[in-house]
Design a protein around this ligand. Structure first.
Ligand SMILES: Cc1cc2nc3c(=O)[nH]c(=O)nc-3n(C[C@H](O)[C@H](O)[C@H](O)COP(=O)(O)OP(=O)(O)OC[C@H]3O[C@@H](n4cnc5c(N)ncnc54)[C@H](O)[C@@H]3O)c2cc1C
Length: 225
């Protein structure tokens, strides 16, 4: 059973800041696998349901609706969430399909768009938005876009490319900008560890992994090795 809180079939997030935002990749091509493949593989999908407790002791996960789901072996693959800036209450984030839909609607209107963060997602959205006729301002704390990943030479090159396409790039910015119109915050992601923490598992900027105590020494059919 594959249980997930998003109602959509599993999809490729990378398109959300690229082809899907641009309009070159339709929604029907976002899927990780065709729907029938889950049936063929014997995977029961339980979508649109958030798990609130792993139920380690009883081996019964608890869902938000109160329903319990018994499990034999459990894999936690809860990924990451966009890092939030709570002081910017009206800001948009880009992590899930509905986020991309509302961002696409803003961009399609050729609005002004402010982006905080010139990492991968901030740069990709800026590139799409400027091609869609938006006036785009990007505010980045470091001296170059993607500085930590690409280093200063490629960072400077990227800055020049963005500027040549009309992106208004503000680098080395130390204060949050005052913004009237749409604002996208793209300042990285944080691992979603709430479930593991609540279950008392070891968490250190992610769920610590290793041989699971319950499985050690057991073969796949449940017998002892
Ligand atoms: C806009 C964007 C562009 C990207 N572009 C690239 C790229 O070009 N190249 C690249 O390599 N990577 C890219 N990434 C990163 C890539 O998408 C991630 O590395 C990938 O999604 C990680 O997959 P995952 O399955 O570990 O976690 P996720 O994709 O985060 O999936 C975790 C799932 O668990 C669900 N979940 C969480 N908590 C619960 C709960 N309590 N109960 C039930 N379900 C829950 C979540 O809703 C989510 O559906 C991009 C990401 C984004 C957002």
């Amino acid at each position: 059973m594959l249980l997930g809180s998003e109602p959509e079939l599993p999809y490729e997030r990378p398109h959300l800041s690229k082809g899907y935002l641009m309009g070159t990749v339709p929604r029907t091509r976002l899927g990780l696998r065709p729907p029938e493949m889950y049936r063929e593989l014997g995977i029961e999908l339980r979508l649109g349901e958030r798990c609130v407790d792993l139920g380690l002791e009883r081996r019964e996960a608890v869902l938000e609706s109160g329903t319990t789901v018994p499990w034999d072996r459990l894999c936690i693959a809860t990924g990451s969430a966009a890092r939030r800036l709570p002081e910017l209450s009206d800001a948009m984030y880009l992590r899930e399909l509905p986020d991309a839909e509302s961002l696409r609607a803003h961009i399609g209107r050729g609005d002004e768009l402010d982006v905080i963060g010139a990492g991968f997602i901030g740069c990709e959205v800026a590139a799409v938005a400027v091609q869609k006729g938006c006036h785009v301002r990007v505010h980045e704390a470091l001296e170059q876009p993607l500085l930590r990943v690409l280093g200063p030479e490629l960072g400077a090159y990227l800055a020049a490319v963005h500027r040549s396409h009309g992106v208004d790039l503000h680098l080395g910015v130390s204060a949050l900008p005052a913004v009237d119109g749409p604002l996208l915050v793209a300042v990285g992601s944080e691992p979603r560890t709430e479930l593991a923490e609540r279950a008392g598992l070891a968490v250190d900027r992610g769920v610590e992994v290793g041989p699971a105590p319950g499985l050690r020494g057991r073969s796949h059919d449940g017998g002892q090795r």
